[in-house]
Every structure is written in structure tokens, then in C-alpha cells.
Write a protein that binds this ligand. Structure first.
Ligand SMILES: Cc1ncc(C[n+]2csc(CCOP(=O)(O)OP(=O)(O)O)c2C)c(N)n1
Length: 509
């Protein structure tokens, strides 16, 4: 037994859920040790895919996952996915082999530059403790941690040692009385739940009912309030017009574990009254410091109607998307496509959305069963992560239909992982919103020279068939007839242009 094997054994004992990676000589032994000790392993075809699969798996299972990479180039290839995870505070462990020779790069600097933590295994005596500490940092601080494994240390003889599960301390809430008095003083409160509130549906809905508050989520927490009659859905660019009006009419917005980005608030335009924040992170200077579920259940307010009036209810019930259908038989309106997919897909689904002009359509039109039904890896706004996100989410939620909604640009960037979808035989539906362009850029720059961002039509259905998927070209609703959801399937939807999506126009305005 050597140090590499001890690291794998230790992480298995700590209970990591799943490992993803691309294996080279430097991470061969540690990866096999994880597998030998019972950690499921999925081989990706590119390290960026591996990192994003691990990130999505962690988000859709609430468990720590691992990505394992070769020294130097394995880590640099994984960096975009690691950055997304780090910015999203995903508890993810990156096992990175590390060379002292020609292939050496400063792996600590790479990790720190993208807001991940950097650490390493330095000796036989300290290997177990250093591995446990990396795991503890990932869990306790909700951090993405790069654990470097120097090649010379990896091969030293070592013995596994017993490990104990690190305890996660909860922060006792501070400032709860102030929040209660803000809520009591508000006539039209709205609660917005973010990533830090994904576990707190019950507590938040109980408090919202007493306070007469309407509830909404940020995009990454989509699904938390699914089925709740007073829910406004996603706050921000993907909101229906009625939801946006009601949020901007609030005299108090309480952000629960939510960072209120410009996307969630339409550049601040949705926030017209008082804003209060509840968060475990003291750095964001919250009104109440503490865990969302705990703070919500301790906040005592008298029961009243608040924002939950009959008039608001009837506005909510009539809130719908309206549009003029631009489909013409050769190109399908992306809104019509999304609406129809929502109708025909099983409700037990997990939806992953890539970045681009198209991204609002699936996010706004596809309903999701709960917070484990939507996975948005968009903290870094990279295109090309959507397909790998859907793979990680599919493995974490194996009883749901995985749906990958992607643009043609992001899809072609990440196409290597199609082989992974087929090899795993995932019953995934991949929907390519194909406008033969980097549509977001086309709409952003209006009437400029578009030669750099437009492309000839690509027959993506034919490419997918080559990988072994079932595939269709979709130009009209009829092309969706008789779809089944039991094998890897791709829809190459040739979409009509609506002149730039409403949410992007908003963001660029
Ligand atoms: C890695 C990366 N490179 C470049 C960009 C800039 N960018 C933002 S959207 C976009 C176009 C995406 O095209 P596509 O996936 O076809 O979706 P569409 O905008 O056409 O709906 C690009 C290039 C980015 N966000 N990420």
C-alpha cells in the first residue's frame, strides 16, 4: 500500500459520494483506490466535463464529490469547471497529481486564482490527516478544495489509518429580533430563497404564511417552492411580467441564503423597498447571521394577510407567458418548442441549462419537481458546461429524466461528453436550440459585422447519430410526435429568431 492508495481509502471512509475524472499515470492509483473502496467512478472525456459533472452531482445530491486529474495539463483542462464550482461554493475535492519535473506548473497558484482552496499531501505520516482536513474544509467552509498529490510522495509505502467523520458546527443565529421587526413592519414582504435556502422549504413556507409573504427563488434555487400557491417562481430575468411587478412592489425583500446578483434583481430594479439578508457567511454582512432553516423557524411574527390578498392571488393565477408564435415550418419558435416540451416530458425530470441567448426559454418554461430538478452551473457564465452538468445531475438523480438544454455553440464546445452519455446509456434528452450562431453575441452587437459569430448550419442530429444517440431534426411541433424517453436522444431544433431573448435585452439594457 502506498500514499496514493491511503488517500483513496481515506476519502472512501469519509463518505465521498462519487468520483469523476480523466485518468493518467499521476492519478491512476488514487482513482483505483477510490473505486476499490466502494466509491463509484465515472470517466469523462475532458477534464472540464469531469469537474462539471462532479459539481452538478454534488449540487443535486448535497454530498461531497471528487474530481481526479493528471498532473499539470489535467488540472489546467479542468480549471473552468473548478472555477464554476468554487464560485458556487460547491463542496468539491479535486485530487490533482503534481509533478516536480518538466510538467510542473504552480498548482497552488492555479487553485487560488480561481477562488478554490489549495492544499497537499506532504508525507507518509501526515497523509491521512491532510486528506481529512481537505474534506473538512470542503464541508465546513463549503469550498472547492484542490488537494495536490506530489508524485514522489504518492509512491511512498504507507498504511491506512482509522478516520473519524469531521463534525460540522452550525453557527448560532445573531440578529433574529431585528429581522422579526422588519417583517412585522412590512405590508408587502417577499422572500427570495437562494442556494443557501435549498434545504429550508418547510421552515420558510411556515414563516411566509404567518408573515403574509410571497415567495420566489434565485435561478440556482429554482424548484424549492414548487407547488406552493403563493410562489412567484424565479426572481429576475426569467420572471413572468406579473412576478416581476409583484417583486418590485414589495416593501421588504428578505434574501434567504441568496446573494441577490444583478440577474436575480434585474440589475437592482426589482428591489424598491427595504432589503434584509440571512446568511451563514459573515463576509456578506447579513442582517441575521445563521443557517436559513434555523433562523426561519426561530423568527416569531404575528399572523396576518400581508401581501397574500385576493387581488394578488388572481394576478398570480393569471400570470402566463404570451408571445406571437414565429414558427414557419422551417424554423420553430424556441418558446413554442419549450412550452410543448414542458407538456410532453415526464414531470420527474432534472433540467440542466447551458449559457447563451437561449437559456431563458428552458429555465422559464420547463417546470421542475423540486430543488433537485434544476441544475444551473452559471456562476462563471461559461458556455459549454451544460451537457456535463446534465450527466452529473443524471447520476445524482437516477430516477428522473435528465434534460440538457444547450445552444449549438456551447454544445459543440463540449461535444466530447456525448460519448459519455452513450457509454453510460443515460436516458437523456438533449435539446439543442440551434440558431447556427453565438446568438447572445449576435443580439448584443445588433447591426455590427457578424462574421465572427455566425456559422454555416451544422447537422447536429447526424453527428449525434454517429455517437450512437437517437436523434431528430426539429423544425415544427409535429417533429416532436411519438418521442420516447428511454434512451439517449438528441433534438437538433432549428430555431426561429425572436430578435434576442427578453431576458438578454433586459441584461444588456
Ligand atoms: C467559455 C466561454 N466562451 C465565450 C463566452 C461568450 N459567450 C457568451 S454566450 C455565447 C454564445 C453561445 O452560443 P450558443 O451556445 O449557440 O447559444 P445562443 O447564444 O446562440 O443561444 C458566447 C460565445 C462564454 N460565455 N463562455
Amino acid at each position: 500500500v502506498n500514499v496514493a492508495e491511503v488517500v483513496g481509502h481515506t476519502l472512501a471512509r469519509l463518505g465521498v459520494a462519487h468520483a469523476f475524472g480523466v485518468v493518467g499515470s499521476g492519478n491512476f492509483e488514487v482513482t483505483n483506490a477510490l473505486r476499490a473502496n466502494g466509491v463509484p467512478y465515472t470517466a469523462a472525456r475532458h477534464e472540464a466535463g469531469a469537474a462539471t459533472m462532479a459539481d452538478a452531482y454534488a449540487r443535486m445530491s448535497d454530498r461531497v464529490t471528487v474530481v481526479t486529474v493528471h498532473q499539470g495539463c489535467g488540472l489546467t483542462n479542468a480549471l473552468t469547471g473548478i472555477t464554476e464550482a468554487a464560485k458556487s461554493r460547491t463542496p468539491l475535492l479535486v485530487l490533482a497529481a503534481e509533478s516536480a519535473g518538466n510538467f510542473r506548473v504552480d498548482q497552488d497558484a492555479l487553485a487560488l486564482a480561481v477562488e478554490a482552496r489549495a492544499t497537499r499531501v506532504t508525507s507518509v505520516e501526515t497523509a491521512v490527516a491532510e486528506t481529512v482536513e481537505a474534506f473538512r474544509t470542503a464541508v465546513r467552509e463549503r469550498r472547492t478544495v484542490v488537494l495536490n498529490l506530489p508524485l514522489d510522495v504518492q509512491r511512498l509505502p504507507a498504511e491506512p489509518a482509522p478516520v473519524s467523520l469531521p463534525q460540522v458546527e452550525t453557527v448560532p443565529p445573531e440578529g433574529a429580533e431585528r429581522l422579526a421587526s422588519l417583517i412585522e413592519g412590512a405590508e408587502r414582504p417577499v422572500f427570495i430563497a437562494g442556494r443557501g435556502a435549498r434545504h429550508a422549504r418547510r421552515e420558510l413556507l411556515e414563516l411566509a404564511e404567518r408573515a403574509g409573504a410571497l415567495v420566489a427563488t434565485s435561478a440556482v434555487a429554482h424548484g424549492v417552492f414548487q407547488g406552493e400557491p403563493w410562489s412567484l417562481g424565479i426572481s429576475g430575468g426569467f420572471s413572468t411580467p406579473v412576478a416581476a411587478e409583484l417583486i418590485s412592489g414589495a416593501d421588504l425583500v428578505v434574501a434567504w441564503g441568496c446573494s441577490l446578483t444583478k440577474w436575480t434583481t434585474r440589475q437592482g430594479k426589482l428591489l424598491t423597498g427595504t432589503v434584509a439578508r440571512v446568511d451563514v457567511d459573515p463576509d456578506v454582512r447579513p442582517t441575521v447571521l445563521g443557517d436559513v432553516a434555523e433562523v426561519a423557524s426561530r423568527t416569531q411574527v404575528p399572523a396576518r394577510t400581508g401581501y397574500r390578498t385576493a387581488d394578488v392571488k388572481s394576478r398570480l393565477d393569471s400570470a402566463q407567458w404570451t408571445y406571437e408564435d414565429l414558427s414557419d415550418g422551417t424554423r420553430i419558435d424556441p418558446r413554442e418548442l419549450s412550452r410543448k416540451l414542458d407538456e410532453i416530458l415526464p414531470t420527474e425530470r432534472v433540467v440542466a441549462v447551458d449559457s447563451g441567448n437561449f437559456m431563458g426559454y428552458p429555465s422559464a418554461y420547463l417546470r421542475v419537481p423540486d430543488q433537485y430538478g434544476f441544475c444551473l452551473t452559471q456562476a462563471f457564465q461559461s458556455i459549454g458546461l451544460g451537457l456535463a452538468t446534465a450527466i452529473g445531475a443524471a447520476l445524482a438523480q437516477p430516477h428522473r429524466l435528465p434534460v440538457a438544454a444547450v445552444g449549438d455553440g456551447g454544445f459543440l464546445m463540449s461535444i466530447a461528453e456525448l460519448e459519455t452519455v452513450v457509454r453510460l446509456n443515460l436516458p437523456m434528452l438533449i435539446v439543442v436550440y440551434n440558431d447556427s450562431a453565438y446568438g447572445a453575441e449576435v443580439h448584443h452587437f445588433g447591426d455590427a459585422d457578424m462574421t465572427t459569430v455566425t456559422f454555416p448550419d451544422t447537422d447536429i442530429a447526424a453527428i449525434a447519430r454517429g455517437y450512437g444517440l437517437h436523434a431528430r431534426t426539429v423544425r415544427a411541433l409535429d417533429d416532436l410526435g411519438g418521442l420516447t424517453f428511454d434512451r439517449p436522444t438528441l433534438l437538433d431544433a432549428k430555431i426561429a429568431s425572436d430578435g434576442g431573448s427578453w431576458w438578454l435585452q433586459e441584461a444588456f439594457s
